[in-house]
Design a protein around this ligand. Sequence first.
Ligand code: AMP
Length: 182
Amino acid sequence: MITPQIENDLKAAIRTIPDYPKPGIMFRDITTLLGNARAFRRAVDELVQPWAGAKIDKVAGIEARGFIIGGAVAHQVSAGFVPIRKKGKLPHTTVRVAYSLEYGLDEMEMHEDGVIAGEKVILVDDLIATGGTAEGAVKLLRGLGADVLAACFIIDLPELGGADKLRALGVPVRTLLSFDGH
Ligand code: AMP
């Protein structure tokens, strides 16, 4: 657990844009947190605190905000970084998985040699909502034989059930703060 003080400081660094990108969505904008040196460092430190001292081979980040946070986390834990991208963006041979969005399906990819079987991987993104995106990422990583140690997100939207969905797959989940609603 993180202290209520840290949770409040991080929460205060996130900007909420109502009705973006469509009516009814409260968009949790982390660019304000990223632009705040203290909050950014604190978020990165806290995300991986339970795995301090553990041997982590790779951090996998989900396009696009997961790249920013995941890159910083990878540096922090002295691990490599592997990008998980929307289909068609990666230049080398990829593995692909379909994942569910609020309406319909999309596909994401990673390089087939992005992780090696048996490597210990932490998955990172900015926010977990329904968990469809992170579930797809876990499938890709496990499909290549990775040992997914945990999935870490700055923000949880618990009413949407994503963190519980990942835990049901046997993936420990770490989130730093939560918001009610969508
Ligand atoms: P999901 O697959 O439903 O868990 O959605 C997670 C992905 O959608 C993450 O990459 C988030 O960045 C993005 N996302 C979903 N809901 C929001 C929201 N309310 N504010 C900001 N980003 C969101």
